[in-house]
Write a protein that binds this ligand. Structure first.
Ligand code: SF4
Length: 170
C-alpha cells in the first residue's frame, strides 16, 4: 500500500464513541492480531473497504471544525506509513487531537522503528490486544482490562473523563 493511501472500512463523523467529545473516526481495514472474541472480525480483511488518499481523508477531517480525530480498525499500525502521513498533516494543519487504537502494546511499537514513527503525532494511544478472559464491559473506550489508555501529550489530559486510568510514559 502506498504511503499516501489508506485502506478504509468506514468513516464515522461526529461520533462520541471513540474518545472524548466529538470525533471523526477513521476505521481502517486489516488486522492480523485475530484476538478471540474481537468485536469487529469483519475488519480483519486487509482487502476490505476501499482505498482512500491521505489528502482526501484530511479534507474530510478539516471540513469539520469542531471534531477531533480517532484512528481505529482493524489496526492502523498495519498501515503505519500512510497513517503517519495523515497524522503528521493533521498536526501541521489543525489543532485537533488524535486518539489511536491498536492491538500492539506500546512496548512493541517502541521496539520497532517502523511502527514507532507514528507515535510523535498521537495524543492518546489505546494499546494491546483484546483478551476475552479480561473483558470488562464497564471500561471506557476499551474492551479488556489489559488495554491501556496511554496519554502521550500534555494537551489532552484534561479532556479525558476522570474515571479513565492513564499511563503517563513521557
Ligand atoms: S486488535 Fe482489535 S481489531 Fe484486531 S483482532 Fe484484536 S480486537 Fe479485533
Amino acid at each position: 500500500m502506498a504511503s499516501d493511501t489508506i485502506r478504509v472500512l468506514n468513516i464515522i463523523e461526529q461520533t462520541m464513541a471513540d474518545g472524548p467529545g466529538l470525533r471523526t473516526s477513521i476505521y481502517c481495514a486489516g488486522c492480523a492480531h485475530h484476538c478471540p472474541g474481537c468485536h469487529n472480525p469483519q475488519s480483519w480483511d486487509f482487502a476490505g473497504g476501499k482505498d482512500m488518499k491521505v489528502g482526501d481523508l484530511l479534507e474530510i477531517i478539516k471540513a469539520d471544525e469542531i471534531s477531533d480525530v480517532s484512528f481505529s480498525g482493524g489496526d492502523p499500525f498495519y498501515q503505519v506509513d500512510a497513517f503517519t502521513s495523515l497524522a503528521r498533516r493533521i498536526k501541521e494543519e489543525t489543532d485537533k487531537t488524535i486518539w489511536c487504537w491498536t492491538g500492539f502494546t506500546i512496548e512493541e511499537i517502541r521496539a520497532d522503528e517502523h511502527l514507532a514513527q507514528m507515535l510523535p503525532y498521537i495524543d492518546v494511544l489505546v494499546d494491546g490486544p483484546f483478551i476475552l478472559e479480561r473483558r470488562d464491559t464497564n471500561l471506557l473506550f476499551r474492551g479488556s482490562d489489559n488495554q491501556r489508555i496511554i496519554y502521550l501529550t500534555p494537551k489532552v489530559e484534561d479532556d479525558i473523563p476522570g474515571a479513565v486510568p492513564l499511563v503517563k510514559l513521557r
